[in-house]
Design a protein around this ligand. Structure first.
Ligand SMILES: [Zn+2]
Length: 101
């Protein structure tokens, strides 16, 4: 592993010559040692369930599903207005009057 502090040039044996890089490298080694004492991370017991739920939600958000939900929202929002407008309009009656018997 090559270690170099920002602003330092890379050369063989640099850590022996540069106190800044040596101090930062020692800090990294200390952090690495502390992390290694933590041991392996334990997998949550409900991970499989959470993954299935997340995958299900993602598949639900497919383009087709989004379009379908938009279509339903569009109908629920505008259909009542269109029905009222159609009922209030004299157009259907005039159309009926023009039809031959
Ligand atoms: Zn250095």
């Amino acid at each position: 592993m090559t270690f170099r502090a920002p602003g330092c040039s890379r050369s063989p044996g640099h850590l022996e010559k540069c106190a800044d890089c040596a101090r930062e490298f020692a800090g990294w080694q200390q952090s690495q040692a502390l992390v290694s004492t933590l041991g392996p991370a334990k997998v949550p017991e409900d991970l499989a369930l959470r993954l299935r739920v997340a995958i299900s939600q993602e598949s639900r958000n497919s383009a087709r599903e989004r379009l379908s939900r938009f279509h339903i929202r569009w109908e629920n929002t505008f259909q009542p207005f269109l029905l009222r407008a159609a009922a209030a309009s004299p157009a259907p009656y005039s159309w009926l009057e023009q039809q031959p018997c």
